[in-house]
Design a protein around this ligand. Structure first.
Ligand code: SF4
Ligand code: SF4
Length: 165
């Protein structure tokens, strides 16, 4: 009479919705706080490299000149450390896993042309300021040296005269 034990369960399942989903036809639903993958709002990234330094699996790289942020999702263990340490809070851990693939592909995110142009202009301005400051410093040093030499040259005859007296 073991069948009688399963009858209620069998009847219940007969008239209820299936517990399985029709993935991949229907997209999977992930728990809200599941650690699926890292996302970036690339235009807010300042290419500081903090995420690269703290990543325990060396899954990240940043190219400041090209304005790119690259992640190897096969190396990422979704620890969330990069998102925690990012000073701009432009990284986040979100539900949803990467699409399976046969190759270890890197995902490259590039800043928009407007942001890249603004950053290049800022770098140019900073370089010009630094060059002007260095030039002013060198000129001041040269002037001080010339003054010291002139002073020494003016003092020498007096000193020599004092010696001969
Ligand atoms: S989640 Fe962890 S392993 Fe993945 S990129 Fe960020 S720091 Fe690296
Ligand atoms: S820590 Fe944040 S701001 Fe800095 S490089 Fe990484 S993503 Fe960009």
């Amino acid at each position: 009479m073991a069948i009688m034990k399963f009858a209620p369960e069998a009847l219940k399942n007969l008239f209820s919705k299936p517990v399985t989903t029709s993935y991949p036809a229907k997209p999977a639903e992930y728990p809200e706080r599941s650690r699926g993958h890292i996302d970036i709002v690339i235009d807010e990234c300042i290419s500081c490299g903090m995420c690269v330094r703290v990543c325990p699996s060396s899954a990240l790289s940043v190219d400041r000149e090209k304005g790119t942020w690259t992640i190897n999702r096969y190396d990422c263990i979704v620890c969330g450390f990069c998102a925690e340490k990012c000073p701009k809070k432009c990284l986040s851990v979100n539900p949803g896993y990467q699409t399976p693939g046969g190759e270890k592909m890197e995902a490259v995110y590039t800043k928009s042309p407007e942001v890249l142009a603004a950053e290049a202009a800022k770098r140019k301005e900073a370089a010009e300021k630094a060059a002007a400051a260095a030039k002013a410093k060198a000129e001041a040093a040269a002037k001080a040296k010339a003054e010291a030499e002139a002073q020494a040259a003016g003092a020498t005859p007096v000193a020599e005269a004092a010696k001969t007296e």
